[in-house]
Design a protein around this ligand. Structure first.
Ligand code: OKP
Ligand code: MG
Ligand code: ZN
Length: 343
């Protein structure tokens, strides 16, 4: 399987994440991508390609123009106001307040985000654009006949809504890619999110549509991020009714239980017979992940990949979360190797 990677991910070097009332060094850091790339090479998974530049056209198929414009200028506007730190929102349009875009940068940061853990920094825009290019380049490989490809995206994307950043995500690479498959002629596309967290952005973007099915397995949002979406009674809306599936698990969930959920997800996908599959691949389900509560072990990721491979669909993997950097390379490449063994 080919991997698409851009060194421009290194332009995203936030130094702050608001966590527990203090600013910590972000969990979502450059060494994550470098470690995965190292393991891809060590295991000789396949060729590593740089991305092509797609511009904002495919991004604007799922994100709004005003949101994209905001992301492009946000750091410059923050700096122009003479702010001393990284750009972090401290205010949001709460219940009963107006949802209009204010002029002030503090107001715009709140309007376009749903959390304060994700700082905007110099270079964030460049990395976000490169991450989307990585996804789209890998998507094109699959659309042009490769059976699968790995988009080594950083920053991740699955929490980003059409006009909201948060959860370390800015552009929703999985959603952009799914839409690209549709725009290139695929009739049905499934997005399966195996990251520990609910793929709230992806769900939201396709919630009212019957052409892109979204499925996510994740930690119970009653207990963990993103807190306000991802419950099992969210099944889609209007024409999208029945095209969203959330599979929610409690703390301590072992692979055996998680795999039942994957089986349910795979059965749903196989019955629908999509033309393409996007896997939002996070490995923060790992037992030693610092911010998560599932108990998957490194060897389990081989079996995860094997089950995904048995779907026998043209498959794009987009990299999402995973924060135990020591294990992230092994775990990610285990999924991809297990997948290839099943084909
Ligand atoms: C992004 B992805 C840590 C709280 C972390 C944000 C989690 C974002 C996860 N105490 N909250 O889905 O891996
Ligand atoms: Mg998930
Ligand atoms: Zn995650």
């Amino acid at each position: 399987m080919k991997t698409v990677f851009s060194p421009l991910h290194n332009r995203r070097t936030a130094t702050t994440e608001l966590d527990g009332g203090i600013l910590i060094a972000p969990h979502e850091k450059p060494s994550r991508a470098e470690t995965i790339l190292g393991r891809v090479k060590q295991e000789q998974l396949g060729e590593v390609l740089p991305p092509r530049e797609y511009g904002l056209g495919p991004v604007l198929r799922v994100h709004t123009q005003d949101y994209v414009d905001f992301l492009r200028v946000s750091w410059a506007d923050w700096i122009a106001e003479g702010k001393p730190g990284e750009a972090i929102s401290a205010v949001w349009p709460g219940r009963g307040m107006r949802h209009r875009v204010p002029k002030d940068i503090d107001g715009r940061l709140g309007y376009y985000s749903f959390g304060a853990e994700t700082s905007i920094t110099e270079g964030t825009w460049d990395a976000v654009c490169a991450s989307a290019d990585v996804a789209l380049t890998a998507q094109a490989l699959v659309a042009n006949g490769e059976s699968a490809a790995f988009a080594l995206c950083r920053p991740p994307g699955h929490h980003a809504h059409a006009d909201l950043f948060g959860g370390y995500c800015f552009f929703n690479n999985a959603a952009i890619s799914a839409q690209a498959f549709r725009d290139q002629g695929a009739k049905r596309v499934a997005v399966l999110d195996v990251d520990f967290h609910h793929g709230n952005g992806t769900q939201s973007i396709f919630y009212q549509r019957d052409d892109v099915m979204t499925i996510s397995l994740h930690g119970d949002p009653d207990l963990v991020f993103p807190h306000f979406l991802g419950f099992e009674d969210e099944t889609g809306e209007g024409p999208g009714e029945g095209f969203n599936l959330n599979l929610v698990y409690p703390p301590g969930t072992p692979f055996s239980v998680w795999l039942d959920g994957l089986e349910t997800a795979c059965a749903r996908i196989a019955a629908w017979q999509p033309d393409a599959l996007v896997i939002a691949l996070g490995v923060d389900t790992f037992e030693d992940d610092p911010i998560s509560f599932f108990k998957l072990r490194s060897a389990d990721y081989l079996l995860m990949g094997e089950r995904l491979g048995k779907l026998n669909l043209p498959t794009l993997f987009t990299m999402e979360g995973g924060y135990d950097v020591d294990a992230i390379g092994v775990n990610v490449v285990n999924v991809l190797k297990g997948f290839e063994q099943a084909r």
